[in-house]
Design a protein around this ligand. Structure first.
Ligand SMILES: Nc1nc2c(c(=O)[nH]1)N[C@H]1C(S)=C(S)[C@@H](COP(=O)(O)O)O[C@H]1N2
Ligand SMILES: [Mo]
Length: 420
């Protein structure tokens, strides 16, 4: 198998599943079937024995109170919809702006409140079986290394989740994002590869796990191929400014094209392993579970692991939008985690006819493209639709099969607009 194939989500998933099982079964001297039974039992146990109910309630109450303080930057309702410790960007806030999303209106997805870390005492540890010289780097160490800047999107795996409800009348669990769980910025930092090489990364290294320093550690593994990519960075600056606290100060990981969760904020430790790594974030969370998704017999993951992002589009309009009649320039943006956008079509009549939108430079891979279309808006109620195609030949479908946790909704979305 070509190692590059590991960048493809399904191949990655299959390979990891088989390796994991094989090793465990061998190590324990038991059959594959028994391994699966053991794993399933362990997963179920963990889910039901978390905490007594009253404790859990207290914790939830504390979380709700804390939500207001969970974010450091301004949570202005002009820019955002706020749900708990998350801020979803309002698309209308992007209209008449440039290619990049300014830091103050970049979405925030926080599992825990933003920690206030001190860059003077902060350390990044690199360790694990996959490195021969474990290292500890300071902030200044990283700042003194070769610096790279790239323009890329970060998008939540759950972006668009609410459209499962729209499409199926059935709500997927999790924050009900519309399309504002994405942003494009210029990220500056050190290639992760540089740091791994200084730690003597071995040719046998397989998976890399970045672990965070917030209240509850967040730790989502990536394969070594992704960790060594040119644009996988340990980021210290965002759009030319010091990385803001909410976005991972002092250092976050950037994994272009991969789901938001792989872009670990407030990184403190990186484990490089010669064996596949499994955590909560690639076994129970961030996996596709549903009737239409192949079950994963034998994997510690409860379904297919989500890795790369698909193709999506959004209009730079309020939701719902109210416009006055007349000549309008309809604007929007489309993006793909797997390449660049080659075409965007817009329908003003719910999919009966489609018009090709004009694409505006720049059009960067794994970021997005801005587009526009003239519209002679007459009074009435509309459901505007945009449908993009990327250079991998993927076109947004009418809808995508339901999955319980509501990841990767990339179907065409109907944007309600009334013209008077
Ligand atoms: N430590 C840590 N890293 C994290 C998260 C988190 O809660 N804690 N959220 C992840 C998720 S789910 C997403 S979508 C992105 C969001 O990045 P942003 O908040 O900078 O927009 O960060 C990821 N990295
Ligand atoms: Mo996310």
């Amino acid at each position: 198998m070509n190692k590059k194939d590991l960048l493809h989500e399904q191949v990655y998933d299959w390979v990891r599943r088989d390796e994991f099982l094989w090793r465990k079964a061998n190590a324990w001297g038991v059959s594959r079937r028994r391994v699966l039974q053991l794993l399933t039992a362990a997963g179920a146990g963990a889910a039901t024995t978390l905490a007594p109910l009253s404790l859990r309630r207290q914790h939830q109450a504390a979380n709700a109170e804390g939500a207001a303080n969970a974010i450091v930057k301004s949570t202005s309702p002009t820019f955002f919809y706020q749900t708990g410790s998350n801020l979803e960007m309002r698309w209308e806030a992007l209209s008449n702006r440039g290619y990049l999303v300014p830091n103050e209106l970049f979405f925030v997805r926080n599992n825990n409140p933003t920690p206030r870390l001190d860059s003077a005492t902060w350390r990044l540890k690199i360790e694990g079986s996959g490195v021969s010289r474990p290292q500890s780097f300071s902030y200044d160490d990283l700042l003194s290394m070769p610096s790279v800047s790239v323009i890329r999107a970060i998008e939540c795996a759950g972006n668009g989740r609410s459209f499962y409800q729209t499409a199926y009348g059935r709500q997927a669990s999790g924050t009900q994002w519309k399309l504002g769980g994405i942003g494009v910025a210029e990220w500056t930092g050190v290639p992760l590869r540089e740091v791994l090489q200084r730690a003597g990364v071995k040719p046998t290294a397989e998976d890399v796990l970045a672990e965070s320093l917030d209240e509850k550690k967040v730790a989502r593994p990536i394969p070594i191929e992704k960790a060594m990519a040119d644009d996988t960075l340990l980021v210290y600056a965002m759009n030319g400014a010091v990385l803001p606290p909410d976005h991972g100060f002092p250092i976050r990981l950037l994994t272009p094209g991969w789901v938001g969760i792989a872009n670990i904020k407030w990184v403190g430790r990186i484990e490089v392993s010669e064996a596949p790594i499994y955590t909560l974030w690639n076994t129970e969370k961030y996996i596709l579970i549903g009737e239409d998704y192949e079950p994963e017999p034998g994997s510690p993951a409860l379904g297919q692991i989500v890795t790369t992002q698909k193709v999506k589009s959004a209009f730079e309009l309020p939701w719902d939008a109210e416009l006055s009649e007349g000549r309008r320039l309809l604007r929007g943006r489309s993006w793909s985690g797997q390449g660049k956008i080659t075409q965007v079509e817009v329908s003003l009549d719910q999919g009966q006819s489609w018009e090709v939108a004009r694409l505006r430079d720049p059009n960067l891979s794994q970021a997005w493209v801005r587009w526009d279309l003239d519209w002679q808006a007459r009074p009435g109620a509309y459901h505007l639709q945009a449908r993009a195609t990327d250079d991998q030949g993927q076109t947004q479908p009418d809808r995508v099969p339901f999955n319980q946790k509501g990841y990767l909704y990339w179907g065409v979305v109907s944007h309600p607009v009334s013209v008077s």
